[in-house]
Design a protein around this ligand. Structure first.
Ligand code: KIV
Length: 284
């Protein structure tokens, strides 16, 4: 049975921390799911860590749906959240409904996430009203980096802190089942977490959120071009993969691979006949 939004909300009530990770493909989603992660985000961060874009802004709905399908096939138990890409939920509520429905119907995710506070509240209300669970996302919202002036911590000044608390409360009131708090001071995320009945999921928001989310490529040491301060590396996969690939290259070049152990055999009499017939046909 898949984890439900009720169970996720229940985890906050029981003071059980909620681990969440991103995944973008079948194999990783399967491993993450089997390791017991209850919430998986098909994040638009895939634009940077999987597709090599400079930001999340170029990511399209079709790319998100393609990756969501793979994640849903891999993870059988976790609740899967599809991240709505830039400008797929701002133009109109009906466009947002259409795109969110694509995540649920085509992508197979159980919920969607969208960035922004008060500005998206009406959209959140309509999506939830139509039966689509919504996760909010406030603080550093990467789809607005041009407006925000880069990847910076948010909510350090009084007006911004008040606005973030207000945005969180508005999103809760609009029906969001959880809210990501990205790159805000720990004391502010603690306050927001205390004020809300729904879970807060932090990334660079300190230890007091109800859950934590990380980009999988950051914690595995797979994406090395930029590692945020808030990411902890639990493995160095880029180094391991490079070492493994170098060994493969040198063994192929030197003839050490493949050995008989990795090869298939056939009866000698058969190959002798094939060889002799090939010789005769050349003589004709
Ligand atoms: O796209 C993403 O991976 C995200 C997380 C950083 C929360 O939005």
């Amino acid at each position: 049975m898949r984890v439900t939004i009720t169970e996720i909300k229940e985890m906050k009530r029981k003071k059980e921390k909620i681990p969440m990770l991103t995944a973008y493909d079948y194999v990783t989603a399967k491993i993450v799911d089997e390791a017991g992660v209850p919430l998986i985000l098909v994040g638009d961060s895939l634009g940077m860590v999987m597709l090599g874009y400079e930001s999340t802004i170029p990511v399209t709905m079709d790319e998100m749906i393609h990756h969501s399908k793979a994640v849903v096939r891999g993870a059988r138990r976790a609740l899967i959240v599809g991240d709505m890409p830039f400008m797929t939920y701002h133009v109109s509520v009906s466009e947002a409904l259409h795109n969110a429905a694509r995540f649920i119907q085509e992508g197979g995710t159980q919920a969607v996430k969208l960035e922004g506070g008060e500005i998206v509240a009406e959209t959140v209300r309509r999506l939830v009203g139509c039966g689509i669970p919504v996760m909010g996302h406030i603080g550093l919202t990467p789809q607005s980096i041009h407006q925000l002036g880069g990847f910076k911590v948010r909510g350090k000044v009084m007006e911004e802190a008040k606005k973030l608390l207000n945005d969180a409360q508005i999103l809760e009131e609009a029906g969001a089942f959880a809210i990501v708090l990205e790159c805000i001071p720990s004391s502010l995320s603690r306050l927001i977490t205390e004020k809300l009945a729904i879970p807060t999921i932090g990334i660079g928001a300190g230890p007091d959120c109800d859950g934590q989310v990380q980009v999988i490529s950051d914690i595995l040491g797979l994406y090395t071009e930029f590692v945020p301060k808030h990411a902890k590396r639990y493995a160095k996969l880029a180094e391991e993969i490079k070492a493994a690939v170098s060994s493969y290259v040198s063994e192929v070049k030197s003839g050490l691979f493949p050995t008989s152990e990795h090869s298939y055999t056939m009866g000698k009499s058969i190959i002798d006949v094939v060889a002799s017939e090939a010789k005769q046909s050349r003589c004709k």
